[in-house]
Write a protein that binds this ligand. Structure first.
Ligand SMILES: [Zn+2]
Length: 89
């Protein structure tokens, strides 16, 4: 979503409605995606603590429903109690 006018994000470097530069937004989304990939990899490698840290970092950058489920799962596997109830930041 465009942070300026809230137009739907179309994967372009420039907002189709207001023309805002979305390059930074794209970089943040890509970073969050990579963090989630790394988090899933950490789960596969039986390292839920690292998976939780990576998923939390991804959610901090760019919050998504899927990322939230990943974070909750990693949190549960890491044994940190009720997942998602603790608001960070
Ligand atoms: Zn816009």
């Amino acid at each position: 979503m465009c942070p300026v006018c809230r137009a739907r994000f179309r994967g372009t470097r420039e907002c189709s409605r207001c023309g805002a530069d979305l390059t930074v937004l794209m970089i943040l989304i890509a970073n969050a995606w990579r963090l989630r990939q790394a988090s899933r990899q950490a789960l596969l490698e039986d390292d839920p603590a690292r998976a939780r840290a990576l998923a939390s970092e991804a959610q901090r950058i760019c919050r998504t429903p899927g990322g939230g489920r990943l974070e909750a799962l990693a949190c549960w596997l890491a044994g940190c109690g009720s997942a998602g109830s603790r608001s960070v930041g």
